[in-house]
Design a protein around this ligand. Sequence first.
Ligand code: GDP
Ligand code: IMO
Ligand code: MG
Length: 428
Amino acid sequence: MSAFIVLGAQWGDEGKGKMTDYLAEEADVVVRFQGGNNAGHTVEVEDKQYKLHLIPSGILHDDKLNVIGNGVVVDPKALFTEIDYLINLGIKVTPEKLVVSDRANVIMPYHRELDALKEKARGKNDIGTTGKGIGPCYTDKVERCGIRVCDLLHKEVFEEKLRINIEMKNDYIKLLGGEPLIFDKIFNEYLAYAERLRPFVKDTSVVVYDKIKEDKRVLFEGAQGMLLDIDYGTYPYVTSSNTTSGGVSNGVGIGPTMITNAVGIAKSYTTRVGKGPFPTELEDATGDWIREKGHEYGTTTGRSRRCGWLDLVILKTSVRVCGLTSLVVTKIDTLAGLNKLKVCVGYELNGKVIDYFPASLEDLAKCKPVYEEFEGWEDEVANARSYEELPDNAKKYLKKIEEFTGTKVSIVGVGPKRDQSIRVTAEL
Ligand code: GDP
Ligand code: IMO
Ligand code: MG
């Protein structure tokens, strides 16, 4: 029995999509458990690039089952746009290959509208959301007025829930200066989605449980990253779901005792999109150099990603909060060419050095990173396929990560393509 998690150990965009696609070779089922189409997971296979948002990154393999679990918020319009995009690229997307939970909450047009209006109302305190309606949809889930996939499939239930929601949301939308939405237009649009969605819908808790019991290998693909977690992230500059390992059990409907391993994906430096604290941020020429060499522009919104040095305090926190059994370090090819590298090994706060991530943003703002300096590596490493082929200085850098976090590095990424991965340990 094996079920393992692949999740982001920083602020997202660590390379989860690429690693999920790579590790899907060792799995039978790939499951998304939280988030929605705010995610942007890039996978490159041979000369083709695929950008996935809502569909699990196992979809490029013909023989894998892909599951959108109950913890995901599903925008049907975005789902069908993505399905059509994949079909156009020659990828098979059928109900035999993709199933969607009947318990997942549905993103409605008023969620997208409210996301934009609330951001505007926040003014200079905006979060910098992706604008996909994620926060407002999760708000409705917790408020207990959300529309779930199973509701969408029952015309009368959907009609009643939609009517009540539109009435309430229109008051709010008007208050925030927006245009009220029209019931009939949304009702008809979503009834059409419901019919297209119907064959894909299942009780995915049963599907995943049965697969694990049949000794199939299940990979849980995280979206976002540990520091965007609603509980453990840099609140309120976070997303609205549990991105950490704890989110898997609730977001899929299986017990935590069924999960064997958790792999944290970490970029060899740090990036962040949107607002919020970032202790090792480089707002200088080095930061710009990393952004350009690493093509650090958002997959979902195209925004430029803020770049900074690797922060081991963050990775240590991820190991603890997510119970990581190994780390995957991506993009060490991007760092090639930098003379010296800095790695954050603690924060100085009120005259003391700490090695944990403080809860209060005010404390975090006072934290000064304590750096250790490393020699860089000049050689490009994109063609390396074994650990031995890596430059000595890159190996020292990886060793430091292992020592500080007390966690082994199982895979190293040396490029965006599926085969540009170095397997260091068989065990994840
Ligand atoms: P995700 O959201 O975690 O799936 O990451 P994104 O796809 O948003 O961003 C990661 C970017 O880095 C993508 O463009 C990937 O193709 C690319 N990538 C992933 N791993 C590596 C790597 O080891 N080296 C390089 N150069 N690019 C990588
Ligand atoms: P992947 O899966 C990076 C960020 C947004 C914003 C905050 C809240 O590709 O790693 P939301 O729309 O979720 O309410 O936005 O979270 N964010 C991400 N940043 N990668 C992502 O996903 C993200 N998904 C959301 O930029 O700061
Ligand atoms: Mg991304």
